[in-house]
Design a protein around this ligand. Structure first.
Ligand SMILES: *[C@@H]1O[C@H](CO)[C@@H](O)[C@H](O)[C@H]1NC(C)=O
Length: 246
């Protein structure tokens, strides 16, 4: 079990590079869709996208074990909200990977008699719930930090200065709203890890929303959001200080 967990965390970097490539292809295919001179290129990009997606499924084989281990860890968290959000998220993530592995086994012919559509829909559903829980956790974290900031004396001075410096803004927009956004932006600026995680989770949300048919953005939006989220994923892997904890 340990070896599986260790190996899959090492292959995370590869998975993220593949994922970035996959969505970069999807975005390029979308941007080149009307260009009749680039038909051959588009076909190549499409096949590269499929290869990347299939290759990633192989890397993900050990991820169920990884998510279960993560759920065991987050169950120990003393903060009730974090404990609940992250544990539910990790359990859903584990269920997602089970569906994903079954779909992989079907695609390589190891198993036959499963309903592909249903498993794929369930996979998206679990992925979606995992993301919603992650976003709830981000929101909770941001609110906590904002409250902390708002009670900080030095910050209060800075805020008053900001409101006095830009009276024209305060006149047009409701001053409370201006103060709220100032506080929000300052909080996110001083905590880039939570800001990046929030952006990443919002970007990721488009993928299951599209698959579940709740909201269907065009293929360009899906490709773009997937690419942004993958780049953030690579960034946080390369620079651990940008990774949200726990
Ligand atoms: C939810 O957050 C956890 C911890 O940051 C992360 O490991 C997991 O990949 C996230 N879930 C999804 C679906 O991105």
């Amino acid at each position: 079990m340990d070896a599986v967990v260790k190996f899959t965390s090492q292959s995370q970097g590869k998975d993220r590079l593949f994922r970035a490539t996959q969505y970069a292809c999807a975005l390029s295919v979308y941007l080149l869709r009307n260009n009749s001179e680039r038909k051959a290129l588009v076909a190549k990009l499409k096949s590269l996208e499929t290869t990347m997606s299939a290759g990633r499924k192989l890397f993900r084989l050990g991820n169920t074990a990884n998510s279960i281990e993560a759920a065991k860890r987050t169950m120990q968290l003393s903060d009730r909200v974090l404990c609940l959000c992250l544990t539910v998220s990790n359990v859903n993530r584990a269920l997602y990977f089970i569906c994903d592995n079954v779909l992989w086994a079907r695609s390589v012919g190891l198993i036959h008699d499963i309903d592909k559509e249903r498993w794929s829909l369930n996979a998206s559903r679990y992925y979606f719930f995992s993301l919603v829980m992650n976003l709830t956790r981000d929101l909770y974290g941001v609110v906590q930090l904002m409250v902390q900031r708002a009670n900080d004396k030095r910050f209060k001075q800075k805020m008053n200065q900001h409101l006095n410096e830009s009276p024209e803004v305060a006149e047009v927009v409701i001053p409370q709203l201006d103060a709220f956004f100032f506080l929000l932006l300052e909080t996110l600026k001083s905590h880039p890890a939570i800001a990046l995680d929030t952006v990443k989770n919002i970007c990721d949300l488009f993928i299951p929303l599209d698959r579940l048919g709740i909201y269907q953005p065009n293929a360009g939006v899906v490709g773009f959001c997937g690419l942004i989220s993958s780049v953030i994923g690579i960034l946080t892997l390369a620079q651990p200080t940008l990774r949200i904890k726990p």
